[in-house]
Design a protein around this ligand. Sequence first.
Ligand code: FAD
Length: 559
Amino acid sequence: MAYRAPVADLRFLLGSVLGTDRLTASERFAEATGETVDAILAEAARLAETVLAPTRRAGDETPARLENGVVRTSPGFAQAYRAYAEGGWVGLAASPGHGGMGLPLTLATCVGEMAAGANLALSLCPLLSQGAIEALEKHGSDELKALYLPKLVSGEWTGTMNLTEPQAGTDVGAVRSRAEPGPDGTWRITGQKIFITWGDHDIAANICHLVLARLPDAAPGTRGLSLFLVPKRLPDAGGEPGPANSLRVVSLEHKMGLHGSPTCVMSYEGATGWLVGAPHGGMAAMFTMMNNARLGVGVEGVGIAEAAYQAALAYARERRQGRSPDADEPGIVGFPDVRRMLVAMRAATVTARAIALDCAFSLDMAAAIGDPAWAARGALLTPIAKAYGTDTGCEVAALGVQVHGGMGYIEETGVAQFYRDVRVTPIYEGTNGVQAMDLVGRKLADGGAAARALLAEIAATAAGEPEGRLAAAAAALATATDWMLAAEPDDRFAGAVPYLRAFALTLGGHYLVRAAAADHAAWAALRDFHLHRTLTETAGLCAAACEGAAGLYAVDLAF
Ligand SMILES: Cc1cc2nc3c(=O)[nH]c(=O)nc-3n(C[C@H](O)[C@H](O)[C@H](O)COP(=O)(O)OP(=O)(O)OC[C@H]3O[C@@H](n4cnc5c(N)ncnc54)[C@H](O)[C@@H]3O)c2cc1C
């Protein structure tokens, strides 16, 4: 089944549900007119369908490999990446001053979803470059920006993100890599990093590693971390890739999925690096990169969910078993339980998509008009977009395998690849447990102001929903929010995951009620499915969220 980019859905959500045309009224995004958005979506769809998607299977079947210290990528990846870079897609949202198009993150999010749905393993490479671009734009010196940004924005060079070490995963503060001062204002970086996505490859001329390390006088923990730009090849006087830096790929991981994405163990051996941001300011700079990447990873889940849904629907229409009760649909799609799975896949995909787009839109509004309320809205939505987007990717890919029956378990259908590829997304870029803790910790630390503002928006939508189902969910969520604000940290963290899911499902109801109000014929039935059969979970999730931690420790895990 060939991947088809969901352009109509994206356009409808942007225009009729989120009202993103408000961005065009701002000076910053004045050029993002309806015609520009349509043209970009159409062109990105063409790229995803005809260039990226055809290489997806090759990435799975012929993984990236390490040959004499150099990573060789999967067949077709170099050409597909070149088309992506030459189309200007890496720099879609980057500042025009460095060769970017300066378009909204909302639009880049649409493109990111299509790229992920078409070929997730390959799409990670430009996604990491985009994180590096944002970190350098916000925290890099003028010299670093002038030298590196044009190359990263054009896709000529790529970026990576180096946090993880064997003892430092979720606990980033445990990073041990060291930075010693060099004679010329540069730094010598030494240490081992693991799990570095696209840490080496043969599809671009240079790689800009952003590496967390400690200065000699660093305090322990995250406060003592600094961020460095460490290029694979040191730029020469003309800014072209010169001599090799003192770093190497030690090995590649053998993974459950994402075989086309080289996941590297990296060794920095006195490598030359440049400080990005202030000394000991590494976490602030890295957070810029991680927030961008968290939304981007949520969108990876949405992209795979869409691709898995399309494949399952196509199969269900063709596959015959017994007598379908639906005279118009002789395939298994006519059976109520298969229908249940397909509708659940569609509803979850579209609600996760709407959350991700709303998150991007909020961040764009904050950038366009400088209103801190929009920034807080975007920050609140980021962990929800990451966790719900990736959980949805996993759930929908699993249902996709189920719809295929035994054939789903056989590699040649390609749907097992969706399931294997997407499984890492709830783990990397901060596990989904960490996202939920971020939601009930940092994101409620404003006394709940941003959460209450969003709940008020949902309540306003709910006023137009005659059955009162959305209003009931919003009320349960408001009560759970008050409980979270008053609870001790461990009690909050014990209920953080069900609280985040309840929030996501309620937001899903909000978007679907708005979608049905805008186009009743197309969206009312999906709205009703969500309100009647999924949103009903919210009451149970909110109750579980407010149970506290003690009961978890009361269970004897030895039996
Ligand atoms: C394919 C792949 C690609 C990756 N790419 C990159 C990359 O490009 N750059 C990079 O730097 N890293 C990368 N990573 C690393 C990734 O970000 C980490 O694996 C992730 O942050 C989790 O860290 P960990 O694996 O050490 O798990 P751990 O931190 O050991 O976590 C194990 C479990 O404990 C839970 N846990 C840990 N601490 C807490 C806590 N305080 N409270 C509650 N629960 C907790 C976690 O949620 C998880 O369920 C990648 C990983 C993979 C698998």
